[in-house]
Structure formats: C-alpha cells, structure tokens
Design a protein around this ligand. Structure first.
Ligand SMILES: *[C@@H]1O[C@H](CO)[C@@H](O)[C@H](O)[C@H]1NC(C)=O
Ligand SMILES: *[C@@H]1O[C@H](CO)[C@@H](O)[C@H](O)[C@H]1NC(C)=O
Ligand SMILES: *[C@@H]1O[C@H](CO)[C@@H](O)[C@H](O)[C@H]1NC(C)=O
Length: 315
C-alpha cells in the first residue's frame, strides 16, 4: 500500500502537532510561564526559609565540636548578623566530636549552596544557651529538671539536643519540594534533604544504640527523651503526628511489625512533611508562628517568617 501525498502530509502535520504539543507541555511541566506565576519569586521564598534552620545547625555543630562558629570559620556567610547567644564547646567523646565536626562543615556547605541560589538574609539572632535547651526539655517532660538539662555536658546530652535539630529541617524540605516550580530549586532541595536525612539517621542510630541508657541524673532513658521531644514537637506543630521517638508502639513501627524506630516514617515508611508555619511554631517553642521565642528570640528571618511577625506590633 503506497502512502499517498495526502496521507503523507497528514502524517507530517500530525507529527508536527504532537511535537509542538509535547514541547509546549514539557515546558509547562518544567517551569511555569513566568508571566503568570513568578516561579523564581515563589521558589526564592521557599528556598530562603530553611536558612533559618541551617544557620542554627551550623552554629550548634561548629560550637559543639570546636568552641567557635561562623564568625571565625566563614564570617561572610553571616552577612553581619549577630553572634549566637550562649553557644559553647561540648564535652564530647572522640567519635561523637568527629561526627559532629563533619556535620558542622556540611552545614557550612548548605549555607553556601542556598546563598549561591538565593541571596537570603543575614544570620538571625539565635539562642543556643543551656537555658534555651533546658526550657525545651522541661516543657517536653512537664517538670522542671534539677539540675537544668545541659546540652553541652556530655555526648549523651549533646546527641539528645542534636535530636532536636536536623529532623525539623528534613520535614521542611519534604514539605517544600512539591511547592517548588523550577527543576533547579527541586534539585537543590533534594540535595539538602539527602544530607539532612543522613545526619538525622546518624544521630538516631547513635542514640538507638544507647536507647536503654539512663541519662544522669534524671533517671530517664535515652528512648524516653526522644519520645517526649517528639511528642512536644507534634503538640507545637499542631498538625498531627509527624514525629516519633526511637521506640514506638508496634502499630506505629514499619508495617506494624516492629517497635524499634531508628528512622521516622508514615504508614508507608515515607518521610513526613512540615510547612514553614508548623516549623516556626516548633522552633519558637510557642506553638504560634506569630510568637517568637525559643531558639529565635527575635523571630526567624525571610519573607515567610516575617509575614507572621510584622502584624504583631508588640511583644
Ligand atoms: C517576579 O519576581 C521578581 C523578583 O522579585 C520581580 O521583580 C518581578 O516583578 C516578578 N514578576 C511578576 C510577574 O510578578
Ligand atoms: C567568603 O569568603 C571566602 C574567602 O574570602 C570566599 O572564598 C567565598 O566565596 C566567600 N563567600 C561568599 C558567600 O561571599
Ligand atoms: C498567635 O499569636 C497572635 C499574636 O499574639 C494572636 O493574635 C493569635 O491569635 C495567636 N494564634 C493562636 C492560634 O493562638
């Protein structure tokens, strides 16, 4: 059967239509029309927000391992923001110190990566004092610990305090990813998420190996600490259960089969997501994205966080 002229031209036009449809479709899929949705602007807000957490992690880990922070190792990354309150060198065993130092430099890399993409903002005022951590622990347990919990006292305490840190960032990256428009933004967030998850896994793994250890002088196991901290974060986040300790009721373990919970996941063992609002409620310790406090006495920075602060007026 010979292909007639009409058939051939029909075929050609069909190919052209399919090609252009796909091409147009592909463009829509990869990046929306900047005239209607400002993809770069929306992405920018979502990408600058986690700088708040990355600054906190960088300072907490740098100080914990070295006794000094960004002011000494990468002053231009601070963009002149104030030094953290009360951060200090932790009394760590050699293995923990080695690992925390690696985390610290990873966080410096994360700050550089985000700032290369979005200009971002200067280091916000951070409160990394013993008092700030003690307040979280007292709140988590609903009692006043005597002596107050000191994150810098030893490796156990420091790892328990570290349990507070990368996981919140991790859930934020999971939450941000589907809202990002541009492939380059999603690639950055996936890269950040990978390493934050790794940090969380290492911290949880180290704590899991010591889950039954009784933290001196509180008479509470490491597992109970993680449980209470996760409960508190769920309460403050006000968005259901997105946080789990190291040992859980069996129905909450992977496939309802195990009580060990070295990694957190939902019923499909997928990571939970959190919105910037949920994260602010947690890191402020106030349960309200408009009421700063906790590790951010003056509030977090960036357009998303500030949009909740400006209307408050007085504190
Ligand atoms: C997109 O964002 C940029 C940078 O903030 C801004 O200058 C521009 O006017 C925005 N465009 C639209 C269509 O909103
Ligand atoms: C910070 O300073 C160092 C050394 O001067 C430089 O290599 C680096 O590119 C700077 N980073 C930024 C974000 O300006
Ligand atoms: C959060 O705080 C703001 C400012 O104090 C207040 O107006 C608002 O009602 C609070 N929201 C909740 C849910 O408590």
């Amino acid at each position: 059967m010979a292909i007639t002229k009409e058939r051939r031209s029909l075929l050609v036009s069909m190919v052209i239509v399919v090609f252009f449809f796909n091409f147009h479709h592909l463009q829509v899929m990869s990046c929306p029309d900047p005239a209607t949705t400002n993809c770069t602007d929306q992405d920018r807000k979502l990408l600058e927000f986690p700088l708040n957490l990355e600054y906190l992690e960088a300072e907490f880990f740098l100080f914990g391992a070295l006794g000094f922070g960004l002011d000494k190792v990468a002053p231009n990354l601070t963009m002149g923001g104030p030094s953290p309150i009360g951060a200090q060198k932790a009394n760590l065993d050699p293995l923990t110190r080695d690992i925390i130092l690696q985390f610290a430099w990873q966080e410096v890399g994360h700050l550089r990566a985000i700032k290369k993409t979005v200009k971002g903002f200067a280091r916000p005022q951070l409160d990394l004092s013993k008092k700030a951590f003690a307040k979280v622990m007292d709140k988590a347990f609903g009692v006043k610990f005597v002596p107050p919990f000191n994150p810098y006292a030893n490796s156990y305490n420091y790892l328990i305090a570290s349990y507070l840190v990368p996981y919140v960032g991790l859930t934020g990256y999971v939450g941000a990813n589907p809202k990002l428009q541009c492939p380059a933004s999603r690639k950055l967030v996936a890269g950040l998420l990978g390493v934050e998850s790794g940090q969380d896994a290492v911290i949880r793994g180290m704590l899991y190996a010591r889950a039954a250890h009784i933290v001196y002088p509180y008479g509470v196991t490491v597992a109970a600490f993680t449980d209470k901290i996760s409960d508190l974060r769920n309460k403050l986040g006000k968005a259901g259960v997105k946080d789990e300790g190291l040992v859980v009721p069996k129905f909450m373990g992977a496939e309802g089969q195990v009580i060990g919970n070295v990694l957190v996941g939902n019923e499909f063992s997928l990571s939970f997501d959190r919105t910037p609002e949920e994260i602010l409620r947690i890191v402020y310790g106030s349960g309200n994205e408009s009421v700063p406090g906790g590790f951010y006495p003056k509030g977090a920075d960036g357009e998303i966080a500030k949009s909740y602060l400006v209307t408050v007026g007085s504190e």
